[in-house]
Each structure stands twice: as structure tokens, then as C-alpha cells.
Design a protein around this ligand. Structure first.
Ligand code: 5GP
Ligand code: ZN
Length: 113
């Protein structure tokens, strides 16, 4: 399948890995929007939040647990962080493989642009 993040997960395109378990892969964003900018993805291809079904319940939970674990390990859990999913055109999604941005290391503004 011609999917950028599937290729990253398979190691066909290099990435800086920060997390991996059986179902989840985490790597540094190539264009960081904060001092910490990690992308967390299910290893199984899912195009977007619109394609989620009951079978994905566990992996989405594991992605959030991975984010909280990384936050503690990297020391920004107390300062805070943001987990973002962009879905579809209006959501600003540019890669059609479901992913969550983990952003930290600066005071993030609200509302987003
Ligand atoms: P989206 O805009 O779809 O929510 O997020 C896609 C993210 O993937 C962007 O933040 C973008 O910088 C990142 N990205 C795009 N191509 C690559 C790549 O080849 N390697 C890495 N590590 N990140 C990428
Ligand atoms: Zn994919």
C-alpha cells in the first residue's frame, strides 16, 4: 500500500523511533511544531478517525497510554502536553494513516488556528 506512515512503520523510510509495542509505533515529526513533537500511529493501517470501528478500541487506548508513558519518561507530564488528531481536509490531515500528535515543551495556545 502506498502509505507514508506504513512505510515508516515497516522501516522502508527512516524515522527516529521514540516508542514501539506490538500495535503502536511512535516517532519524531519531521517538521516539529513544538520542542517535543511525536507522532503516534497504530501499526495497522487505518486511514483516519472516520474509519475507526470497534476492532480499533484497544489500539486507540494503547496510543493514549503510550503518550502518557512518554510524557512521564521524558519529564513533561507535570508541565503538560497536548494530544491532537487531525481528521480530513478541514481538520488539516495531510497523511492518510491515522495518527496522534503529542506536543509538549512550550505553552501551547488555544484555540488552534
Ligand atoms: P497531519 O498534518 O496529517 O495531521 O500530520 C502529518 C505529520 O506528519 C506532519 O506533522 C508532518 O510534519 C509529518 N510528516 C510528514 N512526512 C513525514 C516524514 O517523512 N517523516 C516524519 N517523521 N514525519 C513526517
Ligand atoms: Zn498506512
Amino acid at each position: 500500500m502506498d502509505c507514508l506512515f506504513c512505510k515508516i512503520i515497516a522501516g522502508e523510510i527512516p524515522s527516529t523511533k521514540v516508542y514501539e509495542d506490538d500495535n503502536v509505533y511512535g516517532f519524531l515529526d519531521i517538521e516539529p511544531q513544538a520542542p517535543v513533537h511525536i507522532i503516534l500511529v497504530p501499526k495497522q493501517h487505518v486511514a483516519s478517525a472516520n474509519e475507526l470501528t470497534e476492532e480499533h478500541t484497544e489500539v486507540i487506548g494503547k496510543i493514549f497510554l503510550a503518550a502518557a508513558k512518554i510524557a512521564k519518561e521524558q519529564g513533561f507530564a507535570e508541565a503538560g502536553y497536548r494530544i491532537v488528531n487531525n481528521c480530513g481536509e478541514d481538520g488539516g490531515q495531510t497523511v492518510s494513516h491515522l495518527h496522534f500528535h503529542l506536543l509538549a515543551g512550550r505553552n501551547l495556545q488555544w484555540p488552534p488556528g
